[in-house]
Design a protein around this ligand. Structure first.
Ligand code: 13P
Length: 248
């Protein structure tokens, strides 16, 4: 059985003062159940400060992407080694916003996953179909293609996390039906198990897209859903903790 993971993706939100929300999460975790790992991925400017404050707490900190290279002439980019040096333990890779806004292809995501493993970070690798692809009946093919292209063989034997995020459910308030979520998660589990054996059986598969305190319980109860990747509702400690509680 994969361990539950509740991860927050702050995206391009958060100033120094917003660290108070992360501190609220740390405090809440003290009194909460211990059935899930809890991660927040703030913007790069806050990784170091959040990791410093999270030391000794149950909260883990992650980046939102990384460059494949360790260092070099790549203005504006940060490497996996830099995230690890700042205190991150995780990194989101291949988020649909990175794929759309920055042209991250499956091949480039796979290279970033290699970089994360090289630096000792746990990659949170995102896949998901657009509404056009779902309406065309291509969801499972699209997911299979993204898995084949974005997951390097070197994941075998490593800790990694998969996140299924239907593009049309992100930030829209719309979510797939529980049956639709279950169908995709089962297909992902089968692919991971075929390709990576035991590693693929124990990798958590998170659902992401308009997850909120009000729907977290039922989504987290779906077979092969091992947690959530939460955007908007991760920005407020109370909402994020309520989702965490639903994973108990
Ligand atoms: P929302 O929870 O805001 O829909 O975002 C989901 C997401 O993209 C997390 O990575």
């Amino acid at each position: 059985m994969a361990r539950m993971v509740i991860a927050g993706n702050w995206k391009m939100n958060g100033l120094t003062e917003t660290l108070a929300e992360a501190e609220g999460v740390m405090a809440g975790l003290e009194a909460a159940h211990d059935n899930a790992d809890c991660v927040i991925c703030p913007p790069a400017t806050l990784v170091l400060a959040m990791a410093n404050r999270a030391r000794g707490s149950r909260l883990k900190v992650g980046g939102q992407t990384c460059h494949p290279a360790e260092s070099g002439a790549h203005t504006g980019d940060i490497s996996a080694e830099m995230l690890a040096d700042a205190g991150a333990s995780h990194v989101i890779l291949g988020h649909s916003e990175r794929r759309a806004d920055h042209g991250e292809s499956d091949e480039s995501v796979a290279a970033r996953v290699e970089a994360a493993l090289r630096a000792g970070l746990v990659p949170i690798i995102c896949v998901g179909e657009t509404l056009y692809e779902r309406d065309g009946g291509h969801t499972l093919d699209i997911i299979a293609g993204q898995l084949a292209g974005s997951l390097p063989d070197s994941l075998n034997g490593q800790d990694f996390i998969l996140a299924y995020e239907p593009v049309w459910a992100i930030g829209t308030g719309r979510t797939p039906t529980l049956e639709q979520i279950g169908e995709v998660h089962l297909a992902i589990r089968e692919r991971l198990s075929q390709r990576f054996g035991e590693t693929g059986q124990s990798a958590p598969i998170l659902y992401g897209g308009s997850m909120k305190p009000g729907n977290a319980g039922e989504i987290l109860g779906v077979s092969e859903v091992n947690g959530g990747l939460i955007g908007g509702a991760s920005l407020k400690a109370a909402d994020f903790l309520a989702i965490y509680e639903a994973a108990g």
